[in-house]
Ligand binder design. Structure first.
Ligand code: FES
Length: 161
């Protein structure tokens, strides 16, 4: 999607207010040293991208507990993305390797819970890859938008379980 089209959508949503079409909410769990710096670079470079992402900065992807992801869905996220330093670049040497290993085990837990894995994205983005961050956010937003709202947790709570 072109930047102009993204900007037009943002403006139209602001103008239309609460009657605007549904937009997905994406929670991004990112490491401080690489992906957060890349997202910051995108901002300071005035790159435009979809406004659907809320960033939660953590020291390292090795710190990300699978419960953080489940909690994000429980709190209303429609999609979650996890991103950190490229393999070999982790500030704490091996945190991203631990995260990758945990991620593989985590897949089966998500399937067991019934969360479509298309709602979850894992990526490596360095501090200099602002364009990659912009592309990732736009792509993830589009993909989650196709899936529609994620309301399973709200449905469970509605029944008082
Ligand atoms: Fe970035 Fe470990 S510090 S993944």
């Amino acid at each position: 999607m072109s930047n102009a089209k993204v900007k037009a959508e943002i403006v139209s949503k602001e103008v239309e207010g609460k009657d605007a079409p549904w937009e997905p909410r994406i929670t991004a769990l990112v490491c401080n040293w690489c992906t957060y710096a890349g997202a910051d670079l995108a901002g300071t470079s005035r790159m435009e991208y979809r406004p659907n992402v809320r960033i939660i900065k953590l020291p390292c992807t090795g710190r990300i507990d699978p419960l953080f992801i489940i909690k994000a869905f429980e709190k209303g996220a429609d999609g979650v993305l996890v991103s950190g330093c490229h393999p070999g670049d982790c500030h704490y040497n091996a945190g991203n390797y631990h995260a990758r290993r945990r991620w593989i085990g985590f897949n089966s837990l998500m399937e067991f819970i019934g969360i479509d894995m298309k709602r979850l994205h894992f990526s490596w983005i360095s501090a200099s890859e602002a364009i990659k961050w912009v592309d990732l956010v736009n792509d993830v937003t589009e993909e989650v938008k196709k899936l529609g709202p994620f309301g399973e947790y709200q449905d469970i709570n509605k029944d008082g379980l």
